[in-house]
Design a protein around this ligand. Sequence first.
Ligand SMILES: Cc1cc2nc3c(=O)[nH]c(=O)nc-3n(C[C@H](O)[C@H](O)[C@H](O)COP(=O)(O)OP(=O)(O)OC[C@H]3O[C@@H](n4cnc5c(N)ncnc54)[C@H](O)[C@@H]3O)c2cc1C
Length: 405
Amino acid sequence: MPQTIHIIGAGLAGLAAAVALSKRGSQVAVHEATGFAGGRCRSYHDVALGMMIDNGNHLLLSGNRAALAFLRDVGAEQRLISPPAAAFDFIDLTSGERWTLQLNEGRVPWWLFDSAKRVPGTRARDYLKCKRVGDVIACTGPLYARLVEPLLLAALNIAPPEGSAKLAGAVIRETLAAGGAACKPLIARDGLSTTLIEPALALMARHGSDLRLGHQLHAMRFSDSRVTALEFGTDNIALEADDAVILAVPPYAATALVPNLEAPTEFRAIVNAHFRIEPPAGQPPILGVLNGTTEWIFAFPGRLSVTISAGDRLIDTPRENLARTIWDEVKAATGLSAELPPWQIVRERRATFAATPAQDARRPGPGTRWRNLVLAGDWTNTGLPATIEGAIQSGDRAAALVAQS
Ligand SMILES: Cc1cc2nc3c(=O)[nH]c(=O)nc-3n(C[C@H](O)[C@H](O)[C@H](O)COP(=O)(O)OP(=O)(O)OC[C@H]3O[C@@H](n4cnc5c(N)ncnc54)[C@H](O)[C@@H]3O)c2cc1C
């Protein structure tokens, strides 16, 4: 019997593994608990707005190499839009000042990575380990407020001073330190599912891979050395000697399935507000906002959508109050004058694991003590914060490990 690789979870980590393994001719079965693929990165039809929206605005950068390779593999690279240069527009709501950050020309704080400024003989990785951003840089001043804070807040999804300096360093190395060519913002203008998810499912279907939606893994049976069976409640699958499992579920689901697994236990929210209104002419695809509740305004055809990272403080705010506060800021930032248009607030409470040094230290690698069980997911130890890039890298890594075994 040919080897079957069972992938649990059809988020981007599971799909990246499925795409890689399908392409090399493996027999792949993806089991997804919900009725849709994409996990935390997907589109859905929103009844209040009467249109398709994403569960949250997602930004990729041109330096996200694994994500771009995945898009090339599934034939969807052209579906991302990007301004011609690595430029970010900003507005300060307090002063009304507007500016464009041109990353090729801007001065960037490379102190963390400048060997002359570190303890001799240490590498950036050693220096940053176990430290918080607030322990290694001054979280004050205009450079921090206008560049470092918005970048790190968006990338780490945590107030930067308490975030892991090691993860912040990884973000800076892969983006700002790599120059403007790595910092072009890339946006899925036609939606996350159309851009990232449906093309992956189409590739899997072309290779005969199996996608089983509404198929939640309830338990695994283990021998000393391997997983022997998958239990889905209504049906069980006994694994053949050569079969393998890639577990690509969130950490709270993984720890319920794998004995004694250490994984992140704390999370941070992301809040998105969507408004059904045509963006004004000339509105940039993404606008950074300082000194408001709003952090980023994304412009899509027929819709403006706002992202607020580390949004835990807003979880209990009444939805209508939040929509009105954010809309007032959007009006100030865009020049629109309309009364509150149709809106939707989406609060993802466990959007990402909390990117603190302590939580980062709890992230496991892909291997387990069972030879046919490999872990994937943005929360595994990728060296990156919980991002599309990290999820896809973890899926690629899991696929490579299974392929080697
Ligand atoms: C609102 C929001 C905004 C974001 N913005 C950005 C951004 O701008 N840029 C960026 O790079 N990243 C962003 N992210 C992070 C990014 O979405 C995630 O890092 C990525 O989608 C995680 O993919 P994953 O496959 O690791 O996990 P998930 O997407 O969580 O996938 C896990 C899958 O496993 C399934 N599952 C769980 N338990 C079981 C079970 N027992 N059996 C079967 N299936 C199961 C789940 O239903 C899910 O489909 C954002 C996230 C959110 C929520």
